[in-house]
Ligand binder design. Structure first.
Ligand code: ADE
Length: 233
């Protein structure tokens, strides 16, 4: 089953409002909603903020039968050309707050783990096609950098750009990617830029969240239309 997940209420409430035949599955850390959206059977949930919550919720989704995972939400833009309202479709994901360099592991890499996790090619293509349909929005593919930090400084942005080549910064995607990759479940992360992760980030984030959450919702609806299996097929 297709699963969709966000970190915060604002990131899933627009989808939840339209979920038909809604059932609630209580799980540690939160509720999974099962139902039908635009004719597609889906699981939908809010995972909470940060990598641990994201990993836990992704695991719950997989246990409940998720076979593809779309993470949707907002991010701070890191690529210099990104502006508020733009959409980033993940190529791959890294954990920018991991540092085991003292033991000679590359920055961002945990011992025994991949240095990054690549999003599914088909889901990426579908996300890109859907994103290009959202009016007035610019779309970019790129690396998503996740960490348990809200980035709100020029230095922070510069670090993620030079050390990781990140397009945007958020707090969950790589954890979802790591869980899905280990389970062999295709995933993609779609992020609307709510701020440019600099000194105005806190203000922009709160101001633009409702607008960019709508963009993210439109991308997911466009994806559902493309992923729909015709009845009887
Ligand atoms: N999510 C939205 N904006 C962000 C930022 N600047 N840093 C981390 N996560 C974010």
């Amino acid at each position: 089953m297709l699963a969709m997940m966000g970190a915060m209420d604002e990131e899933i409430e627009l989808l939840l409002a339209d979920l038909q035949e809604r059932e609630e599955l209580a799980r540690p850390g939160g509720v999974l909603y099962r139902g039908v959206l635009d004719g597609v059977p889906v699981l939908l949930t809010k995972g909470g903020i940060g990598k641990v919550n994201a990993a836990m919720t992704a695991t719950s989704l997989l246990t409940a039968g998720a076979t593809r995972v779309i993470f949707t939400g907002v991010a701070g833009g890191v690529h210099p050309e990104l502006r508020v309202g733009d959409i980033v479709v993940s190529t791959d994901l890294v954990q920018h707050d991991v540092d085991v360099t003292a033991l000679d592991y590359p920055l961002g890499t945990l011992p025994g783990e991949a240095p990054s996790w690549t999003a599914d090619e088909h889901l990426r293509a579908v996300a890109l096609a859907a994103a290009h349909e959202v009016e007035g929005v610019r779309v970019r593919e790129g690396r998503v950098a996740s960490g348990d930090q809200f980035i709100a400084s020029r230095e922070g942005v510069q670090r993620l750009w030079t050390q990781f080549g990140a397009a945007c910064a958020e707090m969950e995607g790589a954890a979802v990617a790591q869980v899905c990759a280990k389970a062999g479940v295709p995933f993609v992360v779609i992020r609307s830029v709510s701020d440019t992760a600099d000194h105005d980030a806190q203000v922009d984030y709160r101001t633009f969240m409702p607008l960019v959450a709508r963009h993210a919702k439109q991308v997911v609806r466009g994806m559902l239309a493309r992923l729909k299996v015709p009845a009887g097929a």
